[in-house]
Design a protein around this ligand. Sequence first.
Ligand SMILES: Cc1cc2nc3c(=O)[nH]c(=O)nc-3n(C[C@H](O)[C@H](O)[C@H](O)COP(=O)(O)O)c2cc1C
Length: 447
Amino acid sequence: MTTRRQLALNLFIYPGGHHEAGWRYKGSEPQRALDIGYYQDLARRAEAAKFDAVFFADGPALADDVRYGTRFRLEPLTWLSAIAAATTHIGLIGTASTTYYEPYNLARLYASLDHLSGGRAGWNIVTTSAAAAAQNFGRTEHPVHAERYDISREFVEIVTSLWDSWEDDAVVADPVSGVYAETAKIHPINHVGKHFKVRGPLNTPRSPQGRPVYIQAGSSEDGRSFAAQWAEAIFTAHQTVESAQSFYGDIKKQAAAFGRNPEHVKILPGISPFIGSTEVEAARLVEEFNELIQPAYSLNQLHRMIGLDLSGFDLDGQFPRHLIKTDSAIGVASRFKVVLDIVDREKPTIRQLIHRLAGARGHWVQAGTPEKIADLIQTWFETGAADGFNVMPPWFTGGFDIFAAEVVPILRKRGLFREDYTGRTLRDHLGLPRPDSGYAAARQASA
Ligand SMILES: Cc1cc2nc3c(=O)[nH]c(=O)nc-3n(C[C@H](O)[C@H](O)[C@H](O)COP(=O)(O)O)c2cc1C
């Protein structure tokens, strides 16, 4: 029996919701934003909807304006460990930076989560967009974009070697002989490179998935080439189906050039859905959210995205396109381009632009009926623009509950999304193979 290609759906959890004023919306519970019960409950809801994973972003600095938003950052693996204990199937994706971690620390954190969750861990690999992080780590400068990617390539190679450093059958746990582990099957990695020196082996056995799933976020030229080589799922931001198709085609082609199966690189754009029972109701919902924004917050975010401080400008004046310098991007080069494209395509006023970005920081915001949202998802899925989505509800938990209750059943009825899980690991959900550590194959070849 051939089964139809299935959508991957992750729930991207952001305290207070993805709309910058989501925490103020009626039904939000900002007083619970630091309560683990709240997140465990949310993850259970995503699991009941049979989502592939919950997803957490991160950055090791207070980069956003918390005066007006729930933009603090709890540490994702701490969050996910507590969620692992409250769920059984859903994947657990946490973001961590190759610029501000040591490979050894990171490898053991994710291997531990993979063990303790029964094979549900995924690492969203980023190089860190927030320059403010440097000063939290005794550095004066945030490494420049190309340098960050150079470090990340070496970093990921080391983490991979560490995850592979125990062969799958190294643990024998034989009470009769008294041997717990075959030490001949545990290998130092002896890495000496440009940025790191790591002896290994890892101090935990090989994890259930062999390696936790490699997810990546970063869509610049460097980011794409890195992703094509390493990523098994890619989180990306696109405003139009054409832009997503071009990204999708480029990544799949580059992945094939690296000798990889393009089907094992899932492209997952963000979507932030505003759902109403009619188009008018959905448009009104967007308006309601826009009325709650704090322009000072929005302008600060815009400044960070495009390097232009517009405080003091008339919000209803035309966006001053001529003030943007092509090198104004501070952190995320690809998001800078997303914003410029909106400006060039829509010629907005400053207020229109900040409303446009308030929904989900440059991700795809769509308002409409459940059928319309399902149609859009299906179109992107079937026209080479996406293999699935990171769903970014404007507010929690209502924004997710409506998506799960109204849109998911339509996708299911169309045969596009699973009725139930068919496996237990994140690799199972995403249809990704479990990688071999290489040692057994090498031994066989030399035998
Ligand atoms: C969709 C998307 C999500 C991202 N999420 C994060 C994040 O959670 N934390 C972070 O530090 N950087 C994040 N980044 C940026 C990455 O860190 C990236 O490695 C780098 O800073 C630059 O991105 P670029 O390759 O798109 O220029 C994200 C980038 C994209 C495109």
